[in-house]
Design a protein around this ligand. Structure first.
Ligand code: HEC
Ligand code: HEC
Ligand code: HEC
Length: 420
């Protein structure tokens, strides 16, 4: 090598070292900026909004309380109910990118519950998403909003929450507060906003107008398009048919074990619900069992409180949709556990218990205390056959006629093992 080329090489080496230093400095700077930004986001807290002033009243008639319980069982129970207290005492929900949501106590207890809330405050939260006590927006992915729910249905929910029912009897349990991740704090600043409080009264179409009533239930009460559209998170609660891929399915959600599930195409196409009878739909919606005879997986839940005429209405409305060709990927089948290897676990997996209760018996409802709460196998078996005997309008499916009578003993043994 000549002297000249050696010196060029060392100059190049020095240049490269400089570049490396600059690069490191840049990375450091970006890191510091990110940390400052994250710190600022945390310090700033969640943005607050002016709480709309409204005058909503809900005279608690017995009819309203009865209907309110059905609505609460379908709209609120899956997050705010705790099987251990058999009441709406709240619970911690599965963690997501947005943090760890925690559904508060909704009993009449005045401090930790909502005993001190007025009908108008509840109406503001349920319609707009603004927490009436703090002005903070409850993230729409933590709790849905019902901006077009009929006034009468809203009044029924409010009347029920203030009633003497055991679900809302004062309880002092207080779930830990919600934890918002940085992603949630960022999105709260830039992409979430409250919905406007409606200015005019809202009435539901009469039940006899089958299709119109079905559209109301699908769009404004049960909000099927929040999941059964192209993408999770795009739901337009004010005008659901404007949601991209409205009811044609495909949106991916994760179950409690992190397995990706895709919501079905509900339009009357061969790739959707073409040919479905209202009885098949009833089996899914009311009982929670799909066309393959297996439990429909969480987050799709049964609505034990739906009446037959309501199922007919939903069926009639879905038939009026334009058929959309959309082959939705099948949800992955669950792995099989041999009966010889572990009979109890075999049935737990075979009957889909782990779709909701997870591998460890926690999931959407904690089974670890079940061994104590159901002292004998007979009590536990009675519950599994029909949980509504234990507490009405459950989310847990009734397994009578699905689980073989000779299979309960081993399954009960496994549920007790999860508790230990
Ligand atoms: C998907 C889960 C989910 C559903 C369904 C749901 N909620 Fe919530 N709810 C939450 C979470 C999570 C919070 C707390 C959010 C937060 O802290 O940002 C909350 C907060 C509340 C609060 C505020 C309570 C307080 O003390 O601060 C009320 C009231 C409430 N929900 C009522 C209802 C009612 C009534 C329904 C049914 C019509 C319902 N929720 C349905 C998850 C849910
Ligand atoms: C919270 C999200 C969510 C909501 C709300 C929801 N679904 Fe689903 N639904 C799902 C998911 C996810 C699946 C797929 C479940 C599986 O693979 O087991 C599903 C499956 C179905 C199926 C197919 C069952 C089968 O046997 O193939 C039907 C039918 C259905 N939903 C109808 C509805 C109707 C009607 C509504 C409104 C009344 C609704 N769903 C509301 C998430 C949801
Ligand atoms: C679709 C979801 C889902 C499936 C599938 C499911 N459960 Fe549940 N289970 C629940 C929910 C939710 C509760 C809490 C009560 C309620 O809201 O209905 C519950 C409650 C229970 C309880 C009572 C817990 C207590 O301490 O009070 C037991 C025991 C139980 N389930 C066992 C099972 C077994 C065994 C299977 C399978 C054969 C199963 N579950 C399948 C959702 C489900």
């Amino acid at each position: 090598m000549t002297g000249a080329s050696r010196s060029t090489a060392s100059r190049r080496g020095r240049g490269r070292r400089w570049l490396i230093k600059l690069g490191l400095g840049g990375v450091l700077l970006v890191g510091v900026l990110l940390a400052l930004g994250a710190g600022a986001l945390t310090l700033l807290g969640m943005p607050t909004y002016e709480v709309p002033k409204v005058a909503f009243e809900a005279e608690p008639t017995p009819q309203r309380v009865e209907r309110g319980k059905r609505l609460v069982s379908m709209l609120c129970r899956r997050c705010h109910y705790d099987g251990a207290t058999r009441a709406l005492t709240g619970r911690v929900l599965p963690e997501t990118r947005l943090g760890r949501p925690s559904a508060p106590n909704l009993t009449r207890e005045p401090q930790v519950g909502i005993g001190g809330w007025s009908a108008s405050e509840l109406a503001v939260l349920l319609r707009t998403g603004i927490h009436p006590k703090t002005g903070v927006l409850v993230p729409p992915s933590f709790m849905p909003r019902w901006p077009r729910l009929a006034d009468e249905d809203l009044a029924a929910i409010v009347a029920f929450l203030g009633s003497e029912d055991a679900w809302v009897a004062p309880h002092a349990e207080e779930p830990p507060p919600t934890q918002y991740s940085l992603v949630a704090r960022y999105r709260a600043l830039w992409s979430w906003s409250p919905l406007p409080y409606p200015r005019a009264p809202i009435e539901a179409p009469a039940e006899v107008e089958l299709e119109a009533h079905g559209a109301y239930l699908v769009d404004h009460v049960l909000q099927c398009a929040a999941c059964h559209s192209a993408r999770w998170g795009d739901f337009d609660a004010l005008d659901p048919p404007r949601t991209p891929g409205y009811l044609a399915g495909g949106a991916a959600t994760g179950d409690v074990n992190g397995v990706v599930l895709r919501a079905a195409n509900l339009t009357p196409d061969a790739t959707g619900l073409a040919g479905w009878t209202s009885e098949q739909l009833r089996r899914v919606l009311v009982d929670g069992f799909g066309r393959d005879g297996k439990v429909v997986r969480w987050p799709m839940t049964r609505h034990a409180g739906l009446e037959r005429i309501e199922v007919e209405a939903i069926h009639a409305y879905l038939q009026t949709l334009d058929p959309v060709v959309n082959v939705v990927e099948e949800s992955p089948p669950y792995r099989i556990v041999g009966r010889k290897a572990d009979a109890g676990r075999h049935f737990y997996v075979l009957y889909g218990c782990q779709y909701c209760h997870g591998d460890k018996g926690v999931g959407v409802a904690d089974l670890r205390g079940a061994a104590k709460r159901f002292a004998t196998d007979e009590e536990l078996t009675t519950f599994l056959r029909d949980p509504s005997k234990h507490d009405p309008l459950p989310i847990m499916p009734a397994y009578a006629g699905v689980i073989g009578e000779d299979e309960y003993a081993e399954l009960c043994e496994y549920v007790r093992r999860l508790g230990g």
